[in-house]
Design a protein around this ligand. Structure first.
Ligand code: COA
Length: 179
């Protein structure tokens, strides 16, 4: 990890625009999608147990963030994923599980250990025995990182309404695996 970037608690509501600027360049978001995400993030932050961490340079610039919350089966994400897991009788993953909702690192700061540090630090503080997330179902750096942390595929080809690409749902026991 570069020594001028620090991982720490992030007041995501106060820094939502900076965070979405990181997500827009790391993941690719249009102006319209940024506006939609903004509302979703602010709503998520009102959920019980929602937490965020940021990666911040010594100049105070946010270059990465992660946020998540204890899963709630009543949430939209969980309700989309549930039939895929129930079909295999593994929907227990939706209970007592910490969901990683977003993880993004600015491309200039990728491959320096920040993504790994963000997700392990936020899950280390979780009371739940497991973690779940979804990622675009392709061989991406994100999928490689998640696998190296112990996440395995729970379902593939998961279709979220309005998302153009299929997703994989992954789950890992906590604490996440160390190298
Ligand atoms: C996924 C992401 C957050 C990782 O952040 P990062 O700071 O670059 O990750 P780290 O440097 O901590 O770890 C990189 C790890 O990713 C994996 N990785 C990196 N490039 C990879 C590649 N081309 N193929 C497979 N795995 C790769 C490796 O496991 C690597 O671990 P290592 O430390 O053993 O080399 C970052 O790539 C990103 O923001 N991507 C775009 C947005 C995105 O896809 N977010 C996730 C949405 S689900």
């Amino acid at each position: 990890m570069t020594d001028d970037v620090v991982i720490g608690p992030l007041d995501l509501a106060a820094h939502v625009d900076e965070a979405l600027a990181v997500q827009a360049i790391a993941f690719g978001l249009s102006e319209i999608e940024i506006g939609v995400r903004r509302q979703i993030v602010l709503r998520h932050l009102t959920c019980p147990g929602a937490r965020a961490l940021g990666a911040t340079t010594s100049e105070g610039r946010l270059v990465g963030f992660v946020y998540g919350m204890p899963n709630d089966r009543a949430h939209w994400w969980s309700s989309v994923v549930e039939p895929y897991l129930r079909a295999q009788d593994i929907d227990f993953w939706l209970d007592d599980s910490f969901v990683i909702t977003e993880l993004h690192v600015h491309p200039r700061h990728q491959n320096q250990g920040l993504g790994r540090a963000l997700i392990t630090t936020i899950t280390d503080a979780a009371a739940e025995p497991r973690s779940i997330l979804s990622a675009i179902d392709t061989d991406s750096p994100a999928r490689g990182l998640y696998r190296s942390l112990g996440y395995t595929d729970l379902a593939r080809n998961v279709l979220f309404p309005s998302a153009p690409k299929p997703y994989a749902v992954m789950g890992a026991p906590l604490p996440l695996r160390r190298r």
